[in-house]
Write a protein of this length. Sequence first.
Length: 255
Amino acid sequence: MTDTGTSKESTPATQSVVDNYEKYLLHGRGAIIQKLRQLEKARSLLTAHFGGGRHSLLTQVVEVMPDKEVVVLDYGADEKLNRKILEADRIVFKAQHEGITAQFTVNRIQRARRHGKTSFACPLPESLLWVERREFYRVRIPLGDPVFCEIPRGDDEPLRLQIIDISVAGVGLHDPDRRLEAEIDQPLPGCRLLLGEHGTALVSLVVRNFIPDNPDEAEGGRRIGCQIENLAMDMNTIIQRYIHAVEALRRRVED
């Protein structure tokens, strides 16, 4: 993970959004090993993103070996993707574990043999994101009333992607044709969240992850997770108003 940075002019509410990732970033070696062993014990699936987010494969933590400073991972099912990840110079791993979001980055991965099986091996990460609860309430967008995010593309027409879910900390976008040319941790300034009758929120996004719609289709559609940075208070109000409206609608439907 990279440092998201802070702004001296940020309000307290904005500051909490900016620091959201840093607050849950673990740097202690013992804590990192403990969390990785939790993933190992639970056999939690990890999605490995590489090639600037263009490729991904599924794996699991097989064994944590502190004495060798190594994490052993399952070998991938697709040999073409296995070759690509072995050539990658940056791999981002993300997992959902009992409602917790875990994420870490390594700069290399290699083929190894463990207990007679071909595996991946990578260095122990220097930091680990471990988010045990959501500070910012996130809602899924109703299918019958879609809203969109417009992403500037220089002199070209803005790229419009449908918003899947939203909070004041971030948005999930759907990119069915992989039209967004971006890498993980890339800033996307000047974006517009078009929230229908509730207004338009101008935001700066940072790409945090790519999740394929279907792990077996490397070139298929994908979900893009983005963090919102330096959110102004008036934009925060627009997003909060929209979230409350979606929740009110959901409760009426359920009742």
